[in-house]
Design a protein around this ligand. Structure first.
Ligand code: IYR
Length: 220
């Protein structure tokens, strides 16, 4: 491919005070994000989901290949199918496929193989990575696919929260049932299933702490 046209790009130079104010307000917003497992059935318009996905798709990706597809599932019949298939896998996960250490680590969240949120949330967003691109000329390479899709999923979750909604990063492994139910092309692999909506009125989340700055950052 030819070198792209280059266009000017700049950011306003802000005072240290303004930078701190901006950083603080985004931190204040993001620290209220919680993974939610009990959703309200309240409807959320498609336009909101569309914009959230456009935001996710602004994420950086290897060679700007944007190797992702966001499949939005809002039909009750499809959600029911997905719930049944996910619970089938999770039943096996909780009854032998997950190690004792893993089950012990999950106790604090109170999770089990029942996944009612897959029918309750108004929308599920299934995130697919594109292992490679299928073009009329044949297969084309994608790069850093896992990293790229992880970044886009992070943007997605942040956008959901900023809009005023909740999400759950759900991984009912193996997830290939999603490729089949949603009839995705052979180059796509499901990586996350993200219910989106309002929390149920009686929703609760575990009282958990994030690590301190000293536990997560080193300075040189
Ligand atoms: N996928 C299962 C188990 C599970 C695994 C991890 I790691 C979690 O952080 C939470 C759950 C489930 O969704 O129940």
């Amino acid at each position: 491919m030819l070198k792209a046209d280059f266009i000017p790009h700049s950011r306003p130079v802000l005072s240290n005070e303004e930078l701190n104010k901006n950083a603080d307000s985004f931190y204040d917003l993001m620290k209220t994000r919680r993974t939610v497992r009990h959703f309200s059935k309240r409807k959320v318009s498609k336009s909101v989901i569309e914009t959230i996905i456009k935001t996710a798709s602004t994420a950086p990706s290897g060679a700007n290949k944007q190797p992702w597809t966001f499949a939005v599932i809002s039909s009750p019949e499809m959600k029911q199918k997905i719930r049944e298939a996910a619970e089938k896998e999770e039943t096996q996960n909780y009854n032998g496929r997950m190690s004792d250490e893993w089950l012990e680590d999950l106790k604090v969240f109170g999770t089990d193989a029942n996944k009612p949120f897959l029918e309750e949330a108004p929308h599920l967003i299934a995130v697919f990575k594109k292992a490679y691109e299928l073009t009329p000329e044949g297969k084309k390479k994608n790069y850093y696919v896992n990293e790229s899709v992880g970044l886009a999923a992070g943007f997605l979750i942040a956008a959901i929260h900023q809009a005023g909604l909740c999400s759950l990063t759900h991984t009912p492994s193996p997830m290939n049932f999603l490729e089949k139910i949603l009839n995705r092309p052979v180059n796509e692999r499901a990586v996350l299933l993200i219910p989106v909506g309002y929390p149920a009125e009686d929703a609760e989340v575990p009282a958990l702490e994030k690590k301190s700055i000293d536990d997560v950052a080193v300075w040189y």
